[in-house]
Write a protein that binds this ligand. Sequence first.
Ligand SMILES: Cc1cc2nc3c(=O)[nH]c(=O)nc-3n(C[C@H](O)[C@H](O)[C@H](O)COP(=O)(O)O)c2cc1C
Length: 365
Amino acid sequence: MLKSFKLRNLEVFPNTILSPMDGVTDAPFRRLCRVLSGNRMGLLVSEFVPTDGDAVFCLDGHKQLKFFPEERPFGIQIFGRFPDRMATAAKKIAEALHPEFIEVNAGCPAPKVAGKGSGSGLLRDLPRLQEILHDVRAALDSSSVNIPLTLKCRIGWDDQSINVMETLKIAEGEGVEMLTVHGRTRLQGYNGLANWDWIGKVAAAAKIPVIGNGDVNSVANARERLETYGVSGVSIGRGAMHNPWIFGQIADAWEGKPPRQMTATEALDVFPLYYKFKLEDGATEMSALGRLKQLAARLCKGFDDPTLTVRQTLLTAQTADEFFDRLQSLREGIAREMTFSPENLVNLNGAKETDLRFGDQFAGR
Ligand SMILES: Cc1cc2nc3c(=O)[nH]c(=O)nc-3n(C[C@H](O)[C@H](O)[C@H](O)COP(=O)(O)O)c2cc1C
């Protein structure tokens, strides 16, 4: 199932990638996934870094740029709508931080990003996307470190304007060396399902590695996507929030190890480790508690706990001490008999599909 692919001279193995998620996949979360996988993940990518705001891009102002040597191979993702600012940022980042690659984001659907013409907004203005890719590539070529440029995109703005094949053509023409395709339109936001048929079409037509992204949440599902759609790899986002062990489980399957049903108690053991990584990264107790709850909100949905008692108990803790006291009581009490099966979740949105009507949150913006 797993194989390697080449990003220029870099042999990427295994071909699984933690998808960047702003406000989630900071260095401690990435470190958590790497450790839990037994160091068996192909690439890590930063949260997206804004470039529009600075007249002159300043490295100091962006906490997303922080990463640790053990995260390599590591890419830094930037977003913006001004070609010159994107190019300046890319060059500065490349020369100062030496990531393995720079990625341009053409996927973010948030109104404050896409509505202003950045992120997936670029899919409504492909000439601008082309100019950005051209100028960023030229800036990297002129820099002291000539690293690959990669692109992450959605399949289009809405169902009436799917243009991912044009995006691929432009990307290849401008020297992009890897394309990650999230199989949703911008209008979809995170609703509905990713359209893997489009991802497959891109992979079939591409000369560069194409990474498929959207809704991968289990070993079986990763295998099916890798075997069916001709992609060079898969990128996993929300699936890793529900199940940060997913990369290790995929690697285990590839190594022929039998699948193992995790208990809820084992899953709960992730919290002290994550808390430790947050504190080591300089987080305050309260901000670390916020991230513990963010993870608990997702992870506990995989427990066979129909009343979501474990989840509620953890989410209502007021301090880190209280969180860990409650965790201990749960481990010794009701969580003891529970299993952990995040692959059974109906959707990865973190909300019921019915909470939002399709595309509602973005309509007209
Ligand atoms: C909270 C959140 C933040 C995200 N931030 C980014 C980001 O900074 N850059 C990016 O390329 N994609 C971002 N994404 C999109 C994910 O990388 C991914 O493409 C999307 O969630 C679909 O993959 P999944 O179904 O595996 O989650 C974000 C997604 C979420 C849920």
